[in-house]
Design a protein around this ligand. Structure first.
Ligand SMILES: Cc1cc2nc3c(=O)[nH]c(=O)nc-3n(C[C@H](O)[C@H](O)[C@H](O)COP(=O)(O)OP(=O)(O)OC[C@H]3O[C@@H](n4cnc5c(N)ncnc54)[C@H](O)[C@@H]3O)c2cc1C
Length: 456
């Protein structure tokens, strides 16, 4: 009899796991059943801001594989609009509810992949029945915001609450659609994924694009008129608006797992080993935004909800379920984004993370250009490096610049992953020609400056 794999969650982690398991085991050997409560499988939430702005024409472009493709080409039993409501580890069964009114079912499993992603943080004040208030997590959220923006009563003013990368990307999308946008952030700066000095560069650039930024200002409520949101409430008074988008971050969607007895770690996400197995529970796997993983620099468990990790972790789980051997090696916190033309990249630890992980370090900021100064299109680029004292080991890096900045972080990520020191980095054989870099690449200039700062 074929063994049975049940996957909860039909997006990045879940479908990567299912696809890899199928590549290694055919349907006579392994039956695969996927439960997905939404309307889509394998879609790119990362692309939603570019669909909102109009850069990507339609949601179809954001879907890598639809349920029918998984059914016909991959011999999977994909149950859309089915929400798993309980996991019975003793009987090795899941309980699922058909959200289209088809009742409740129980399904047996030999292996289970838990890949439910994350849930957006939603404070009580955001639980409003007013029209025009949107979260930004799924393709359905994107569709709802698009419909609202396209409706006859076209909104003119928008407030984005929360200045993380999703809030910043949505602010960009709305300004590109011609709305007047205010970004309200409770902390001291938007883009707190980089240090304050680098975040200030991002904030300046956003202001230059016409986005109003209000920092240190928690939103405490919403006002509405005729069933539609009319303002967000703050200690400094209401900010009038026609539409509100929430970008307050996410937390691991682990409630179902916790209720079933899967172990959670200090981050509130599910604990897994390097093969994505849930420790102590044979045949139970978890991957994606709902799990915690090792930060290779701090050595601490972290929950980093990014698509890049979800895809890799799902792949690892699927290879192992399929009978192969694969491990997920942890993360170093690499991420990139942009606000219109301004690109932002980071890897490793920020200053406050390096401090709380107990490192003694120096940090330097180097200003340079993306291309040779005389070459058309050369724009400023700021590179920040954080290096351990006295060893010089790279601990973290951040880049903000107007062109060719974001993906330069990959050079630094590779250096950091391999434990390079800033001394080693000064001799890196990086490509040079005037259209691509100054003769001393910004990365090399920053490394030289860090060596000087170490003052050994
Ligand atoms: C606007 C936006 C922009 C982003 N940009 C980037 C980016 O540029 N780079 C990057 O790396 N990451 C980005 N991300 C993050 C990335 O999308 C996520 O990290 C990734 O989708 C996580 O994949 P996952 O499979 O773990 O979870 P998800 O993609 O959230 O999938 C989980 C699935 O499980 C389903 N589900 C949950 N509970 C149940 C249940 N009980 N029963 C059945 N189904 C259930 C959900 O409906 C969902 O489809 C972005 C996210 C957003 C929202």
């Amino acid at each position: 009899m074929a063994q049975r794999l049940i996957v909860i969650g039909g997006d990045a982690a879940g479908m990567s796991a299912a696809s890899q398991a199928r590549r290694r085991r055919d349907s006579d050997d392994l039956e695969i059943v996927v439960f997905e409560r939404g309307h889509f499988t394998s879609y790119s939430a990362c692309g939603i801001p570019y669909w909102i702005s109009g850069l990507v024409p339609g949601p179809e472009q954001l879907i890598a594989r639809d349920p029918e493709t998984f059914r016909t080409k991959y011999a999977m039993d994909v149950r859309m609009r089915h929400e798993v409501t309980a996991i019975d580890l003793e009987r090795r069964e899941v309980v699922a509810r058909d959200l289209e009114g088809g009742g409740e079912i129980r399904e047996r499993f030999d292996d289970l992949v838990y890949a439910t992603g994350a849930v957006p943080v939603k404070p009580p004040w955001a639980d409003s029945d007013a029209g025009g208030v949107f979260g930004m997590q799924t393709l359905d959220d994107g569709a709802a915001l698009r419909d609202w923006l396209d409706a006859e009563t076209q909104p003119r003013r928008a407030v984005v609450v929360g200045g993380g990368y999703i809030g910043v990307e949505i602010a960009e999308a709305l300004i590109q659609r011609g709305l007047s946008v205010t970004l309200v952030e409770a902390g001291d700066q938007p883009m707190s994924t980089v240090d304050a000095d680098m975040g200030e560069l991002v904030a300046d650039a956003m202001r230059g694009l016409g986005i109003t930024i209000r920092t240190g200002l928690p939103v405490t409520g919403l006002e509405q008129r005729d069933g539609r949101v009319s303002a967000v409430v703050t200690a400094e008074g209401p900010i009038p608006t026609d539409v509100v988008v929430l970008g307050l971050g996410v937390r691991p969607n682990a409630a179902l797992a916790e209720a079933a007895g899967l172990p959670l770690g200090p981050t509130g996400a599910i604990r897994v080993d390097r093969r994505m197995r849930v420790p102590g529970l044979a045949g139970i796997w978890a991957a994606g935004d709902c799990v915690e993983t090792l930060h290779r620099v701090s050595g601490l468990p972290v929950n980093v909800p990014l698509g890049t990790h979800a895809n890799k972790q799902g792949r690892v789980a699927g290879i192992n379920i399929g009978g192969g051997y694969a491990t997920f090696a942890g993360v170093i916190g690499t991420a990139v984004t942009k606000v219109c033309e301004l690109e932002v990249g980071r890897t490793g630890l920020r200053e406050r993370e390096a401090t709380s992980a107990g490192f003694d370090f120096v940090s330097v900021i180097a200003e340079s250009t993306s291309r040779a100064g005389y070459y058309p299109g050369a724009r400023t680029m700021t590179v920040k490096l954080i290096a351990e004292r006295p060893s010089g080991r790279l601990l973290g890096a951040q880049i903000v610049g107007w062109s060719e900045a974001a993906k330069r972080i990959d050079t630094l990520a590779v250096a950091l992953w391999n434990g390079m020191t800033v001394d080693d980095m000064t001799s890196l054989d990086l490509g040079y020609a005037p259209p691509y870099a100054p003769v001393w690449d910004p990365v090399l200039i920053a490394a030289r400056k860090a060596v000087d700062a170490l003052d050994r």
